[in-house]
Design a protein around this ligand. Structure first.
Ligand code: BGC
Ligand code: BGC
Length: 740
């Protein structure tokens, strides 16, 4: 078969290599020339705030630095980076005071006055600063299919993080979510590499701006690479990813992010193909730094260099673990409690076991990013930014995102939207919890401390009460994730209402504590829904969950099912507005919702998986999402019948709102390469856009699609596009063209 190599894929080295700022490189030369081995090892060391803080008063939003410990870190050990929160969110003022003290120490008490680079997990807003704007989690943002909303959310996150004095955010997660069991599925943009790439890019552009300076913040691509596909579904467990799958599914979002200018990257905590990623030279250096031309720096994940020895047994000693990681390409170690990395590294360099050139390269990368972030000129919190925090307009942006994320999965006989005079019974474990709508990385790491949540924010119950009036709402408390409320009073209370709203899902979690052994929703929740069906009243199921928990046994009898994902702090309000018609839902699933606990087939499955249709089972397909209006798709056209490999096609389609309500519609364009030297997916998402149409209004959408969106890795592990027949699908329409 005739093939054509894409030289394009290799040309990045040149592009990025040449874009370095000569002025900055000169300043780095001057610094590097003066630095001792100790000072260099210190720049490569990152420790946690807890290691330089006094024990915290439980429940307090104020963290107190221990200045002796801080001095020991920054002055005696030359530490160049700090991270984290000291346990839970801090007040804006507290952050600003702490950062000022930390920079005082770094810039006034050290020989070279190199400012500290502070990093934080601001995963869905500045979630570690009290009172910040908290957005829907990434999985929900992806459901909006609106990258402008993502860019805006990231922009606001940047303002609030920088207002807190912090220039570096450990986000976005660019892992493609291909295993729904994984406890960090909600931190991803779902199962499509294209969606992850587009949202990752929008996030990075919003967060970093043109340069990560002033009121912008550095992004950190996470976690490089393959972390999101654990074979057994548990967090931080091995992935087995052949080169072809790595290059076609998992690497593209990182490559796009490097091209979008992301300046830092965090390493996958676990292992791929038997190689702990922190020791993987091929991934970290050959691909990321050399092939993609990444000129920023690589930070380890939490304690993960030590673990090469302590857990993985690929290093023979703690010192050897440091050597392996640094030689593989890790530039900074998130140690984060002690100075062991520093001590080992200094010794390794002095004994010539790690060449000077490698640490010079690492320190150059770190200093480059510090210069680019504007730290040498502005290391202190900016006064003006204090007022750019928690503004009402920011809160509205979060509300809008939640409203566009919420996905109407089922709506039998158009039971939704409910009329405002409907009497409802509200119950279920997620009906009255802010934590269940926010998930991990909210105020605390696990996000499950309900008492720390802002009192003025509305749970679903409160939002429904505010929307239709308290007198029309009956609440049945006592439903837990693992326990049932009093079912007799459910029966009794149901008699007095028109509709029952049962809010199900998951309690907040994050990382390993979120591991599950079964994707099914808890049996107590199945029984609660069944008890609600028994009352004979129509039942609306609302889901607040970070991953698609299997609900198959209760789907049939539900009158409506509404997916809220983890919609964030305004999620209760947005959900009530969807239920009662103030918002016309427009979210679409960014993943396939499985029907059974081991039927994980993604939308871009292979023909083989469809051969016997029983293999391709799902509860709701990728891209599914209903509206309160109806859209008609027509006139799908491709501008030419044939096109060149290096060229592209223009796809046009007209969408008309033929229902009675204004509505937003995400238009998803899929393609298929009909013949390939290795099997091709039955469908690949290659473009999307979102439009707003009034009743009766129609619009033609135009998509310019470069053929390289169909590139894949062939039998020789080369990226290629092969000529032949292709198809384009939009909704129920299809068209063909040929690539020559
Ligand atoms: C997580 C990272 C996070 C880091 C710092 C790790 O456990 O895997 O995603 O950025 O901790 O909190
Ligand atoms: C986690 C980090 C988290 C930290 C909070 C660690 O065990 O891996 O992600 O930020 O705990 O203290």
């Amino acid at each position: 078969m005739r093939q054509m190599l894409l030289i394009l894929f290799l040309s990045n080295i040149f592009v990025y290599g040449s874009s370095l700022d000569k002025q900055i490189e000169k300043k780095i030369d001057v610094l590097l020339n003066q630095m001792t081995i100790e000072e260099k090892a210190g720049q490569m060391t990152q420790i946690t705030l807890e290691a330089v803080s006094k024990p915290r008063v439980p429940g307090s939003f104020v963290n107190i630095l221990d200045l002796k410990k801080l001095e020991n870190a920054i002055v005696a050990h030359h530490v160049g980076s700090l991270l984290n929160t000291g346990g839970q969110a801090n007040t804006l003022q507290n952050w600003r005071d702490m950062i000022r003290r930390i920079q005082d120490m770094a810039t006034q008490k050290t020989r070279l006055s190199i400012p500290v680079l502070y990093g934080i997990d601001a995963i869905h807003g500045a979630n570690y600063t009290k009172g910040a704007t908290i957005f829907p989690q990434s999985i929900a943002m992806a459901a909006t299919f609106n990258t402008l909303l993502m860019k805006e959310a990231a922009r606001i996150t940047a303002l609030e993080v920088r207002a807190s004095g912090i220039p570096w955010n450990f986000n976005p997660v660019l892992g493609v979510g291909r295993n729904p069991l994984w406890s960090r599925f909600f931190e991803t943009f779902g199962e499509s590499p294209f969606v992850v790439s587009e949202f990752g890019k929008a996030y990075i552009e919003g967060l970093q701006g043109n340069a990560p300076m002033g009121d912008h913040v550095l992004a950190c691509m996470k976690h490089f690479v393959g972390y999101s596909f654990p074979l057994n579904g548990f967090d931080r467990t091995p992935a087995w990813i052949p080169e072809r799958m790595m290059r076609d599914i998992f690497l593209p979002p990182f490559k796009t992010a490097v091209m979008a200018g992301a300046r830092t990257v965090m390493v996958n905590s676990s292992e791929v193909n038997g190689i702990p990623t922190h020791s993987n030279h091929h991934l970290l250096t050959d691909i990321l730094k050399n092939e993609y031309g990444f000129t920023g720096f690589v930070v380890s994940d939490w304690e993960d260099i030590k673990r090469l020895y302590e857990r993985d047994g690929v290093a023979a000693s703690p010192e050897d673990a440091v050597r392996m990681a640094v030689m593989a390409g890790v530039d900074m170690s998130m140690v984060p409690y002690d100075f062991s990395f520093y001590d080992h590294l200094v010794k390794l360099v002095k004994e010539d076991k790690v060449p000077q050139s490698r640490i010079d390269d690492a320190v150059r990368r770190i200093l480059r990013v510090k210069f680019e972030a504007g730290l040498f000129d502005h290391s202190y919190p900016d006064k003006k930014l204090q007022n750019k925090f928690g503004l009402p307009a920011f809160v509205e942006s979060s509300y809008r995102a939640a409203g566009e994320a919420i996905t109407l999965l089922k709506n039998k006989e158009d039971i939704l939207p409910l009329k405002k005079n409907t009497k409802v019974l509200v119950t279920g474990p997620t009906s009255n919890l802010l934590s269940a709508m926010n998930g991990g990385w909210t105020i605390t790491w696990q996000g499950n401390e309900e008492k720390l949540y802002p009192k003025e924010k509305q749970t679903l119950l409160r939002a429904i009460q505010n929307t239709i009036g308290k007198e029309k709402v009956t609440y049945l408390p006592g439903a837990g994730f693992e326990s049932l409320p009093d079912l007799i009073s459910l029966q009794k209370k149901a008699e007095k209402v028109d509709v029952i709203i049962v809010a199900l899902g998951e309690n907040a979690y994050c990382e390993t504590p979120g591991n599950i052994k079964d994707l099914s929703i808890s049996s107590a929740q199945i029984r609660l829904a069944e008890a609600a069906y028994k009352t004979g009243k129509p039942v609306v199921l609302v889901l607040f969950e970070g991953r698609p928990r299997v609900i198959h046994p209760i789907v049939d009898k539900a009158s409506a099912i509404v997916m809220g994902y983890l919609p964030g702090m305004e999620g209760g309000r947005a959900m009530a507005d969807v239920l009662f018609g103030n918002i016309n839902p427009s979210g679409k699933l960014p993943f396939t919702y499985p029907e059974s606990p081991n039927g994980f087939v993604t939308y871009d499955h292979k023909p083989l998986e469809e051969f016997d249709l029983n293999n391709y089972e799902y509860e709701f397909p990728f891209g599914h999402g209903l509206s309160y209006t109806k859209f008609l798709y027509k006139n799908l056209r491709i501008d030419k019948k044939s096109c060149k490999i290096e060229g592209g096609v223009t796809v046009r389609v007209t969408v008309e709102n033929i229902g009675g309500r204004a509505g937003l519609e995400s238009v998803l364009v899929y393609g298929r390469d009909l013949v390939g030297s290795v099997s091709r997916p039955t469908r690949q998402l290659i473009a999307f856009d979102k439009i707003n149409l009034k009743p009766g209004e129609s619009r033609e959408l135009v998509f310019k699609i470069p053929i390289k969106r169909f590139a894949f890795t062939n039998r020789e592990n080369k990226k290629v596009i092969e000529p032949g027949a292709f198809k384009i699908y939009v909704s129920n329409l299809e068209q063909s063209f040929v690539v020559e």
